[in-house]
Structure formats: C-alpha cells, structure tokens
Design a protein around this ligand. Structure first.
Ligand code: ADP
Ligand code: MG
Length: 479
C-alpha cells in the first residue's frame, strides 16, 4: 500500500484542514444529537486537505467501523457540500503502535469495508540520508500518549517513575535497558510512547524511535530481501532512544534476534537508551536467546499490575473528560467495580456505553451501563447479599462477625451493626424483617432506627460519611 507523505500537507494546497473540518462539523451538528456529536464527531481530527480530498484521523478501529456503519451517508453529504462533488474522504486510524496509519484510499461513497490498520515503519530502506549521513527518521511516536494522560496508581507506580527518569535522562540512569512487563491492556504501550514523546519534546533525545518487535522483524526480513541490511542496522544504531514493544514476539525468530542483539550492544556500549516491553518478566521469555535475556536483565525490570479500584475510577474520569463527557459518578463507579482486569476493556465499555446511549437515545445511567456490561464483559457481578455486607463491615471495623448477631452494646459493635443494617437496606431488596433476622432476630423497628441513625450521622459528619462510602466501594468490589 502507498505510504502517505506527511509533508505533503495543506501547506501545498493552501487549504487548512481544520477549517474544512470545522465547516463540516458546523453542518453535522444540526443533523445529529448532541451526544452523538460529542461522541462520534468531535474526536475526529482533520489531518490534511489535498485538492478535494480530506484525510481525517479517528481514534480506533472500533470508532472507524461505527462511523462508517452509521454515519457514512451523512459524512458523504457533508463532505460533498463543503468540498464539492469530487470530494473524497480518507480515514486514518490512530491506535496503539499503529499511529497515523493510512488506510486504503476510498471515496466517501465507497465504504472502506476492508480498511486495514497498517503501522508505518520507522525504518524505510529508501529513506534519504541527511547531510550528516544519518537516516531521516519517523519517530513513530503517538502524540496522543503522554505522561499527562497516564493515570498514576499503585499498580504502575514503579514503571511510571522509571519511565519518567529515563525520559529525562536517556542513557544516563542505571535503568538501561528499562524493561516494562505486564498483562495485556495495562498501559505498557502508552507508557513507552509517553516516555519517548517526553524525551523528544524536552530535548533530552534527538533521535528516538518506537517500533514493535513484529514490525522490527518484518522490516528486517524486507531489508534482507532488498539487500539493505546495512542500512537497516545503521538506522537503528543511530538512535539516542530506541523503544521496542512486545519483545515476546521475537520468540523463535533467530536471525532477527541476532540482529537485535548486535543493535542492542551497539547502542548500549555508547550509552544510548533502550526501552523494551514484554508480557512476562524477561527471565520467563521462551524462545529467546539466553544472551538476549541476560542483556535484558542488566537494567531495570518494572512491572505494571492490574489497576486497583481508585485507579480505574480515575482512568474512567480522565477518559470521559477527554471526550468532554460528564459521566455520572455512580456510572463511573459501577463500570470501575465490574471491569477489573484490563484498562483497554474499561475504555471499551465507555465507548460502548456512549454508542448505545446515542443509538438508542437512552440516558447514560447505571441501567444502561448494566446492559452494556452484560454484553462487553459477559457478566455483571451477582447482587449483593446481607452476609457479604456483614463480612465487609466487620473487616472494616475489625470486629468478629458473630458480634453483629450478639446482644452486646459495646459502642464499636453498635456502630458496625447500624452501618451493616443501613447498607443491607440500601444495597439489597430485603425487607426490614429479613434484615432484622440476619442480625440475631432483631425487630424491624430496630432496623429502621439504625437506618435513621446512620443517615443522620452521614448528614452531619463528613468523616463518617467517608467511611460509609469506603465500605460501599469495598462491597461493590467483592460482589
Ligand atoms: P498494553 O500495551 O499494556 O497492552 P496499552 O498501553 O495499549 O496496554 O493500554 C491500553 C489502553 O489503556 C490504552 O488506550 C491506554 O491509553 C489506556 N491506559 C492504560 N494505562 C493507563 C493509565 N494509567 N492511564 C490512562 N490510560 C491508560
Ligand atoms: Mg501494547
């Protein structure tokens, strides 16, 4: 496929893509709901206008599919009215390692059904050399991924701090190589781009490139075929900062590993920075040469774990802010409590939620979130039980559970009992009578009394309310 040349920008044609897209947006705004507009049109970024061709960037494949399926006609009509009958629309998908990946060109009236997402290689065997004989590079870094929009949490603290240190002083810390490992969708790629972007923007590295191990492999094979291995090697060895993602895919590719080994050594010896990611710790990598594995272990290995509840909430908040959406707090908490293992899935839920809300004209609330989660994560946690509430409350106040049913009137037990009763009433559909029975056969009026006592305290004492909120959260996490 043809690589679109980024320098062939609107400067040559004299048309500002932003202006063209603004005109389009002004028209589209009248044709769709505000929510659809915010969800599906505002995130689109105009890239360039060449004659009557407009190229726009969409955030993901899913986004592209959605727009193409639901708004193809509207897009066509709008583009034609702004750029004339000959107008063509091209999409790029910005996503993960692929960056601005030009899709097969298509006309606005020919849906891009076979849109492929193709990463542009930082290395091109045909890249011209600069005056100083170094190949000109595409860093391949995605400006969307920054430290600013990378939420900090216990789960990624070490990796993030190490990434920052390396970005501020590439090659100058003992974190060389920096190896980031962790399960899929936990932020490795994001963090690596953030690191590279920071190093470039802050002027800490002049030459930086991001490449996935698969891309490195494909390019290497092509370089062999084109008899350009020297150029290939020179290209990678000219970096101040080389970032290689998902090195587990080097497994079994011996020739590529061999080339990478030499590249690694060449960079390392002159104090250039290498950053790698993997889905397992280096020593557990299978199918990789021992020499490489031992090299990988001579710097810092930092893991990224699954995010905890607070981090998941913060991420959802950030993502909804980025989409200029005002998601209700209970919806955010509901999603965060139910989608626990993977940040990509968390985002997927958010997108599906928006999609459903705009398609079905439904209000974004917990009910809709439940429907979405049923499809996306295939299960919503089971309803909360009184036993579970009792367990969490007792853990929180650090008292034995059987005291909730006992006759004791010790202050801390009374407090815990009241809180548990209150939450049983709030979070389950049990009757007052049933709740009373779970607390040593107490009367329904005792439950009402407890409920009111807790409500009163919550109104007047902020720290008390904070406790209740914390407990609620823990319950939602364990259900
Ligand atoms: P990985 O490379 O580990 O599979 P990614 O870096 O592709 O994961 O992350 C998946 C998605 O989750 C990306 O859209 C990324 O922006 C987002 N993400 C991951 N970690 C964070 C974080 N700490 N803060 C904000 N967004 C995050
Ligand atoms: Mg990744």
């Amino acid at each position: 496929m043809e690589t679109q040349n980024d320098t062939l920008s609107s400067v040559e044609t004299g048309t500002d893509p932003r202006q063209v897209w603004e005109e389009c947006l002004a028209k589209i705004r009248h044709d769709v709901s505000t929510l659809s507009f915010k969800t599906w049109f505002q995130p689109i970024i105009p890239i360039r206008v060449t004659g009557t061709e407009l190229t726009v960037e969409v955030p993901s494949q899913f986004f592209y599919d959605w727009v193409e399926e639901h708004y193809n006609a509207l897009m066509k009509k709008t583009i034609t009215s702004v750029l004339g009958d000959e107008a063509k629309l091209y999409y790029s998908i910005a996503r993960e390692e692929s960056l601005v990946a030009p899709l097969e060109p298509g006309r606005a009236d020919e849906p891009l059904r076979n849109a492929r997402q193709v990463a542009r290689a930082p290395f091109s065997p045909h890249a011209p050399l600069r005056a100083d004989n170094l190949p000109i590079i595409q860093s391949n870094l995605n400006p969307r991924y920054t430290f600013d929009n990378f939420i900090k949490g216990d789960s990624n603290q070490l990796a993030r701090a190490a990434g920052m240190a390396v970005a501020n002083n590439p090659g100058g810390t003992s974190f060389n190589p920096l190896v980031i490992y962790g399960g899929t969708g936990l932020g490795k790629t994001h963090l690596m781009h953030a690191l590279g972007n920071h190093a470039l923007v802050a002027g800490k590295a002049k030459r930086a490139a991001y490449v996935s191990s698969e891309k490195f492999t494909v390019d290497f094979v092509e370089a062999i075929q084109a008899d350009k291995v020297n150029e290939f090697s020179l290209f990678y060895r000219s970096m101040d900062l080389l970032i290689v993602d998902d090195i587990q895919f080097f497994a079994g590719k011996e020739k590529t590993q061999d080339n990478f080994f030499h590249t690694f050594n060449a960079l390392y010896q002159v104090g250039k920075q290498i950053v790698l990611s993997s889905d397992v710790p280096p020593k557990e990598l299978r199918g990789l040469d021992e020499r490489l594995i031992s090299r990988f272990q001579c710097g810092l290995t930092a893991d990224i774990q699954a995010p905890d509840l607070e981090t998941r909430i913060a991420i959802l908040r950030k993502k909804s802010e980025e989409n200029s959406l005002d998601l209700p707090q209970d919806v955010i908490e509901f999603i965060a409590a139910n989608v626990t293992s993977n940040i990509r899935e968390l985002e997927g839920c958010l997108i599906s939620l928006l999609a459903r809300a705009s398609l079905e004209s439904r209000e974004i609330g917990v009910d809709l979130a439940k429907d979405v989660l049923r499809v996306v994560v295939n299960e919503v946690r089971s309803p909360v039980t009184i036993e579970q509430i009792q367990r969490v409350v007792c853990e929180y106040f650090d008292i034995p559970q059987d005291l909730l049913r006992a006759k004791t009137r010790k202050q801390e037990v009374v407090t815990a009992r009241q809180v548990a009763m209150y939450l049983a009433k709030e979070l389950t559909n049990s009757s007052l009578k049933t709740i009373g029975l779970h607390f040593g056969g107490r009367d329904h009026s005792t439950v009402i009394h407890a409920y009111q006592a807790v409500e009163d305290q919550m109104k007047t004492r902020a720290p008390y309310k904070q406790n209740i909120d914390n407990i609620r959260r823990r319950i939602s996490m364990t259900s």
